[in-house]
Design a protein around this ligand. Structure first.
Ligand SMILES: Cc1cc2nc3c(=O)[nH]c(=O)nc-3n(C[C@H](O)[C@H](O)[C@H](O)COP(=O)(O)OP(=O)(O)OC[C@H]3O[C@@H](n4cnc5c(N)ncnc54)[C@H](O)[C@@H]3O)c2cc1C
Length: 340
């Protein structure tokens, strides 16, 4: 952290966070030490309040909002050209402390990448005080916020793009904090979410929280070390083809193979589509490249000759023209995906 702050880069990521949290920095030298708000630490482009012989000794982050009976929403956003390992185009950290009536008692809107040094949007912060935390307030503040910085254009983004991000990130913060499904902040649903905002929010993967918390149960883990049979789906090499003849007898005679399952071996419906339009094991036609045509249990030892023997089953195919979308991809997706 020390190096990241002391370089005083306008796009350093930790600076907006510390500004939003009202951190203090303890600066020390052989003569003693002093504490100043982080807000007074950044003076100009890559210039800090450190004097000759001084080092940054510690960073103090206060935690006073709970004693004051306030509810805190705080979130940090980073926009960069790559998602990982990239210097920010714009970063913003926002903190809102609400009293029990939902009125803003303290606000910090800190940005990186929009000025010569990391800065707070002081006019917007002041205008937020005493206001209810609602959509109307956010609309009013956005126009003030839009005039607070005059960012520059560089390789990471144009000035206009950066200006837009300043207001958009704050609006995003508002909508995320008011989303009961959002994991950020001390969130409770304060307001109904408008349709337009809901549409612009990214929807988390339905089991994403299980992946990141380790709660997800994977089939592979369940069967590890247990005597189970593996299945090898033999897949179509063609995007679309009519199956003229089928013969599983060669594969069935192969050593170690316990079963070769065809479409007719499925006890229920030979379909895996949500709209019953996806043949599971192809029997008459294959509809896409890698469409499984049968299951070999367990997979025979992988060798070229074994693979060829298993595939011989479908040598007699008539290739057909792959089906193309007849509608636009968006209309197609709207037709097949669950409604949100
Ligand atoms: C490829 C790349 C990607 C990067 N991506 C990001 C990014 O996404 N976000 C981001 O914020 N930064 C990014 N950076 C910048 C860089 O990672 C930071 O500046 C880094 O945090 C510096 O920390 P450090 O500990 O390496 O500091 P150092 O390089 O060790 O120190 C930096 C300067 O601060 C001085 N210094 C260090 N500690 C103290 C102290 N306690 N008191 C006084 N002076 C001190 C040093 O003497 C030196 O002059 C990136 C850099 C590169 C090269």
């Amino acid at each position: 952290m020390g190096g990241n702050i002391v370089t005083a880069s306008p796009i350093g990521d930790s600076a907006p966070v510390l500004l939003a949290l009202d951190a203090r920095v303890i600066l020390a030298s052989s003569k003693g030490q002093r504490t100043i708000p982080i807000d007074e630490f950044f003076l100009a482009y890559r210039k800090t309040a450190l004097q000759s012989g001084e080092i940054l000794k510690a960073i103090v982050v206060p935690r006073s909002h709970r004693q004051a009976g306030l509810r805190r929403y705080c979130e940090w956003f980073k926009v960069s050209r790559r998602r990982e390992m990239d210097i920010s185009t714009v970063a913003g950290c926002f903190r809102i402390d609400l009293d029990p009536e939902g009125v803003i008692r303290q606000a910090r809107l800190a940005f990186g990448g929009v000025a010569l040094m990391p800065l707070r949007a002081r006019k917007a912060e002041e205008a937020l005080l005493g206001q209810p935390w609602n959509e109307e307030t956010i609309r009013d503040i956005s126009s003030i916020l839009a005039g607070e910085f005059t960012p520059i254009s560089d390789v990471r983004g144009s000035a206009e793009y950066r200006s837009k991000l300043v207001t958009n990130l704050f609006e995003k913060f508002y909508w995320e904090m008011n989303d009961p499904s959002s994991p950020s902040g001390e969130t409770t649903a304060l307001l109904p979410i408008s349709k337009s905002a809901a549409a612009s929010r990214s929807t988390p993967h339905e089991s994403g929280h299980k992946h990141v918390t380790g709660e997800a149960i994977y089939t592979d883990d369940q069967t590890a070390g247990k005597p189970v049979l593996e299945i090898w789906p033999v897949c179509s090499p063609h995007a679309r083809a009519r199956i003229l003849t089928r013969d599983a007898s060669v594969a069935r005679r192969m050593p170690g193979v316990k079963a070769v399952l065809l479409a007719e071996d499925i006890p229920g419906v030979n379909d895996s589509g949500t709209k019953n339009d996806e043949v599971l094991l192809a029997d008459k036609e294959v509809y896409y490249h890698s469409h499984p045509r049968r299951l070999v249990v367990p997979p025979p030892k992988r060798s070229l000759s074994n693979t060829n023997r298993c595939r011989r089953f479908f040598l007699s195919n008539k290739r057909l023209r792959p089906e193309a979308f007849t509608t636009s991809p968006i209309a197609f997706a709207a037709a097949i995906l669950p409604k949100r």
